[in-house]
Ligand binder design. Structure first.
Ligand SMILES: [Mg+2]
Length: 168
C-alpha cells in the first residue's frame, strides 16, 4: 500500500529535471501538476523561467500536458498561450485524466511520467495510472495548518520508505 505514494524519482525543483535525464529513461511525455509544482498559486501564467524550461523540453521532442485539481478556469488561463493538453478539476489521485493526457499526447504508459509536489494526489494518481512519477518540493507552501500537517505526514511516509528500501 505504501508503494502507492512513493515516487520513482525525486528532485528539489522542476528545473533540475532535464531533457537529457528524461530521454535517458525513455520518457518523452510529462503529465504535470501546476500549483506549487511549476508555479505558485499566485502566478496566473507561466513565469519566464518556466517558459524557458518548457521550451527546452519541446525542443528535445518531449511533450507536456497539465492535470490540476484546481479549477478549469485556472488551468485555462495558465494554458492559454501554450495550448497543451490540459485539464482542471482532475480529481487526482484518480487516474482518469492522467490516462486522458496520455491519450491526448498519444503516448504509452512507459513513455510518460507524472510530475507533482504532493504524494497523496499527484504521485498516487501517477502510480494508479501506471506511469513513472517525479516528486518535486512545493515551490511555495501555503502556510495553513492543514497543509503543514499534510506535509509532515508526507515526509514521514517517505522517510519510512527510504529507511526500509534505501534512497532511490
Ligand atoms: Mg500541486
Amino acid at each position: 500500500m505504501i508503494e502507492s505514494f512513493i515516487p520513482t524519482y525525486t528532485f528539489h525543483h522542476y528545473s533540475e529535471v532535464t531533457p537529457e535525464f528524461l530521454l535517458s529513461k525513455g520518457i518523452c511525455a510529462i503529465v504535470s501538476d501546476i500549483d506549487n509544482t511549476l508555479v505558485t498559486y499566485d502566478d496566473e501564467q507561466p513565469t519566464p523561467e518556466l517558459l524557458k524550461w518548457i521550451d527546452s523540453m519541446t525542443k528535445a521532442g518531449i511533450q507536456i500536458s497539465f492535470i490540476s485539481n484546481n479549477t478549469k478556469e485556472r488551468v485555462r488561463i495558465f494554458n492559454i498561450d501554450l495550448k497543451f493538453f490540459a485539464r482542471g478539476s482532475a480529481k487526482k489521485p484518480f487516474k482518469k485524466y492522467v490516462l486522458c493526457a496520455l491519450d491526448g499526447m498519444n503516448v504509452d504508459h512507459d513513455q510518460a511520467c507524472l510530475m507533482g509536489d504532493q504524494l497523496f494526489t499527484d504521485i498516487w494518481a501517477g502510480n494508479n495510472a501506471c506511469v513513472r512519477t517525479i516528486l518535486v518540493d512545493p515551490i511555495k507552501d501555503r502556510k495553513n495548518p492543514f497543509t503543514k500537517f499534510k506535509r509532515r505526514i508526507e515526509r514521514a511516509v517517505l522517510r519510512r520508505y527510504e529507511k526500509k528500501n534505501g534512497k532511490k
